[in-house]
Design a binder for this molecule. Structure first.
Ligand SMILES: *Cc1c(COP(=O)(O)O)cnc(C)c1O
Length: 506
């Protein structure tokens, strides 16, 4: 025993007492908080938040008792956080976490296994690999496939382009990029993705020494899906210029619209051209478990690599994602061996051999625990419920004259805008007016904490976005909230009208 005993988990009585005290208090404040939760957000001036946060974070010389600590957490962190489990929080691909996953987090953090080398996570390593294998079966990938848990889509997309780049250099230039660095021809490497693809394609290209210039964006059709004809033309154009197409990134669920690029057609093209096909299914991966809509991802196995986020439509606490690759041997492109961690002669599975992270959380356990508790059947029901609710909501908006609906949701994201009645003769003035009204609607609802929507742009015009991931969202309640959106739009419009009259009189 040392003086520090109570701060660490051990068999001693004061350790266990302290653990129970902290854990029971913390569970209580979370539970009571949700009991009294009415709104997704409690408005506070930004300056006030900054001031309170600055006070909150001060490091103290002496430790405090847990109830004092938790009280200050309640008064600031709980009170002013965005409550993503509330059905009025529909902005981003930001999910309410499922309760079984929250229980898993307690175990993940208490055991604190590190998923880099086998000796630091003897069971956890094989559980992560097993969960990956279960997903590989769902994807319908061949036996050669492999994968690894990641911090999310950003990391997974980065890994895809990293492997694709290194594989291309090995195959066509006999260059081992890990050892020799990039060949001069890397200047000419080109990546293709749709104009609606996630910005991390550009970001990864920038970080991988290819520059954002290497990303060629392909037009989308009226459903915001990549046009294979335009992709074909662009590949031909790039080749004629002497540049080198090496990867196509298909998005399986674009962040704004949830639109799905035509993987089957794209794969025919990439196979013929011998180009790596990456599927960014950060959002759409969950469709694999859908009862009614899994056909939308039936071609996922055609991709050479896949990004999937579990902290989106799989309802896992941040962070939790995975990267899959059709041929496990591709991971050799990122393997380096450290004598103290993963020496070459070891026969155990060291997950660091598949990852760009070293120390890594045992996030696989929360996904596993979720599926143990919920089961594939009910999980699929949830996915389907959210799609049906979103489609019903879109149908409702379609019927309203004061709304312009931009997409028919394939998944559960809806993009729309309030359409004012007032029309200016000056087109530019009209655009500004429409954009201002929609921006104000989004901001005012956020400030009132009634409805949290996102805003996005299409052809320079401001749109509102609902991401209806949360299975607690109902159609009726959503319609009520949208009617409030419309009536706020009308109010703002009336104000503008009065200003106009005023201007003509004076
Ligand atoms: C969210 C998202 C990403 C980025 O994933 P993070 O988990 O936020 O790192 C990449 N691609 C798509 C399509 C996404 O929706």
């Amino acid at each position: 025993m040392t003086a520090f005993n109570k701060w660490f988990l051990s068999s001693s009585a004061n350790s266990i007492d302290n653990y129970y005290q902290y854990m029971s208090e913390v569970v209580k404040i979370v539970g009571t908080h949700y009991q009294s939760l009415e709104k997704p957000y409690e408005y506070i001036e930004m300056e006030d938040i900054q001031e309170k946060a600055a006070e909150f974070v001060k490091l103290e010389n002496e430790g405090k008792l847990p109830n004092a600590i938790f009280e200050s957490i309640q008064n600031l962190v709980m009170k002013y956080s965005l409550h993503i489990s509330h059905p009025g929080a529909m902005a981003h691909l930001h999910c309410p976490p499922m309760i079984p996953a929250l229980a898993a987090e307690v175990i993940i953090t208490a055991l604190n296994q590190s998923m880099d080398s086998w000796d630091q996570s003897p069971v956890a390593t094989y559980i992560e690999d097993g969960v990956i294998q279960e997903m590989i079966k769902k994807i319908n990938y061949p036996k050669t496939a492999s994968g690894v848990f990641t911090s999310g889509g950003t990391q997974s997309n980065y890994m895809a382009l990293l492997l694709a780049r290194n594989e291309y250099c090995a195959k066509h230039f006999s260059i081992n990029v890990s050892k020799q660095g990039l060949p001069a021809e890397a200047q000419k490497f080109r990546i293709f993705c749709s104009e609606k693809a996630h910005f991390t394609v550009q970001q990864s290209a920038a970080q991988l020494g290819l520059g954002m210039q290497s990303v060629v964006t392909i037009k989308t059709n009226e459903r915001f899906e990549m046009c294979p004809e335009h992709l074909y033309e662009e590949i031909e154009r790039v080749k004629k210029q002497g540049d080198i197409p090496f990867t196509v990134v298909a998005t399986i669920g674009t962040t704004d619209f949830g639109s799905i690029d035509p993987l089957h057609e794209l794969s025919k093209l990439t196979e013929r051209e011998n180009i790596w096909l990456h599927a960014d299914a950060a959002y759409g991966g969950a469709l694999l478990f859908s009862h009614s809509y899994s056909h939308l991802v039936s071609h996922l196995h055609k991709a050479d690599s896949i990004t999937m986020d579990f902290h989106k439509w799989f309802y896992q606490p941040v962070s939790c994602g995975a990267f899959f690759v059709k041929k496990a041997s591709m991971f050799e492109h990122i393997q380096l061996h450290a004598d103290y961690l993963n020496p070459e002669e070891d026969s155990q599975l060291h997950l660091v051999d598949r990852s760009i992270q070293t120390t890594k959380r045992f996030d696989a356990l929360k996904l596993w625990l979720t599926f143990q508790a919920v089961g594939k059947q009910e999980f699929g029901d949830m996915i389907d419920y959210t799609i049906r609710t979103a489609r019903q909501t879109a149908d409702y908006l379609q019927e309203r004259k004061d709304i312009e609906l931009l997409n028919t949701p394939e998944m559960n994201a809806i993009v729309f805008r309030y359409q004012p009645n007032i029309h200016y003769r000056d087109k530019q003035k009209q655009r500004v007016f429409e954009n201002t009204i929609n921006q104000s609607i989004q901001q005012l609802f956020y400030d009132q904490g009634r409805l949290i929507m996102a805003k996005t742009k299409n052809h320079g015009q401001v749109y509102l976005k609902l991401t209806m991931l949360n299975p607690l969202i109902t159609f009726d309640e959503t319609v009520k909230r949208l009617d409030e959106v419309i009536s706020l739009g009308k109010d703002l419009e009336k104000k503008e009208e009065r200003l106009r009259e005023h201007a003509t009189i004076s």
